[in-house]
Design a protein around this ligand. Structure first.
Ligand code: SF4
Ligand code: SF4
Length: 392
């Protein structure tokens, strides 16, 4: 694969009619989807519905109005459509909190929690995984449509089209892989192994309101007013990363998927249609604290090791916010957290800094932390990045 096309279209708000027009324009620019989807095909629409469930205004989940506009067009193809993600089973209906339950009822489309529809063992012959348990709804689908949210991620820097497919395997395995593959490059190989098996035919990213800062759950919503669409999720991630100030080589999922021939991660070989990428870039987009570490990798080894130690992030508990719900304790792959007297406590000696606890805490009680020296270096590097971007 040596050439790809990504459409970037402006949409200012979550207005279904406006989004529909933008989607029609974007799809037309990348060749439409009539050659991908036939009447009667089983189409699975993979949303990004992070746990714990949250309302769409927090910019943690793919916005249901965005998905509803995609469904409006998809229904015209005559396909049999299922929407879903793997979300925790609890007394409360997570899909109700995010608005998906009401939206799918309105649209007359089936909504599934992958946990309930089951998983099947499939061969993946990946770099790290030989086989994987994949959601049955995905394994059985004729076409997978991937609808990620444009968000930062405190571990992988960026949640995009490639990483969104991690939600197609059981949540217990997702947690276990953090423990089995504590090195970021190994873990990203696993993410790419799963992406390669789930094989989305089309990726459309909700970047109307993105998340900056400490995503995927603890960052801040930021209005970008953009939709991106491509048949190549790797190229889409490269373009989306560039918009928020990330070089594709910094985002390991993009770099690895490119190196493995699963898509085009080199912007020189990506044709951007619709908006010019330079006109939508945001030099002041706030990246997660972990981003600074990637810049340091370009220094000589002895210097980079020194700076990486200073810049490394670890989870810290904001005790006043902690309600003792134990979600972090249950999510920790190495049992480094215990909730005592209603407050979470982290055993730093065994923590592998995977940040799963940060991802699942819905009370902003777990935050990425670094040393004072690390904070200063990070602030200086961020200021430098913005200056460079502004003068480019
Ligand atoms: S830190 Fe967050 S997830 Fe953990 S017990 Fe406290 S509130 Fe719950
Ligand atoms: S304490 Fe948090 S960051 Fe550390 S290993 Fe557990 S889940 Fe990962």
């Amino acid at each position: 694969m040596d050439q790809a096309k990504v459409a970037i279209i402006r949409v200012h708000e979550y207005d279904r009619a406006q989004i529909r027009c933008a989607l029609e324009e974007g799809l037309a620019l990348i060749g439409g989807w009539n050659h991908l989807i036939k009447a009667g095909d089983d189409v699975f629409v993979k949303i990004n519905h992070l746990s714990p469930p949250s309302p769409p205004e927090r910019a943690i989940v793919t916005h249901p109005v965005f998905v509803e506009a995609v469904l409006d067009l998809l229904k015209e193809t005559g396909a049999a459509i299922t929407v879903g993600d793997d979300i925790p089973a609890s007394d409360e209906d997570g899909f109700r909190i995010s608005g998906y339950r009401a939206m799918c009822e309105r649209a007359g489309v089936k909504l599934v929690n992958l946990k309930q529809s089951g998983f099947v063992k499939v061969r993946c012959n990946g770099q790290r995984l030989e086989t994987i348990y994949l959601a049955k709804a995905i394994a059985d689908a004729d076409v997978v449509i991937n609808l990620p949210k444009l968000k930062t991620h405190s571990l992988t820097l960026f949640t995009g089209g490639v990483k969104n497919l991690y939600g197609t395997i059981p949540s217990g395995l997702r947690t276990r892989f953090h423990g089995d593959y504590p090195r970021l490059d190994d873990f990203c190989q696993v993410l790419v192994d799963i992406f390669a098996v789930a094989k989305p035919m089309l990726t459309i990213m909700d970047g109307i309101v993105a998340m900056e800062g400490e995503g995927p759950a603890g960052g801040k919503p930021r209005n970008l007013g953009l939709i991106l669409a491509s048949q190549d999720a790797v190229a889409l991630d490269a373009a989306a990363g560039r918009i928020i100030g990330l070089d594709p080589t910094q985002v390991l999922t993009t770099r690895i998927a490119h190196e493995r021939g699963l898509g085009v991660g080199d912007l020189r070989n990506i044709e951007v249609v619709g908006e010019r990428i330079e006109s939508v870039c945001l030099p002041d987009f706030s990246l997660p604290a972990s981003a600074a570490g990637r810049f340091v990798n370009r220094l000589p080894r002895f210097l980079s090791q020194f700076f990486l130690r200073l810049l490394s992030i670890r989870p810290g508990v904001v005790t006043r916010n902690c309600v003792g719900c134990a979600a972090c304790q249950n999510a920790c792959p190495v049992s480094a957290i215990i909730v005592r007297k209603g407050k979470a406590k982290i055993d730093r000696s065994i923590c592998i800094q995977c940040m799963c606890c940060h991802e699942v805490c819905r009370y902003n009680a777990i935050v990425p932390m670094r040393s004072r020296a690390g904070r200063i270096i990070h602030a200086v590097m961020n200021a430098g990045r913005r200056l460079l971007a502004a003068s480019a």
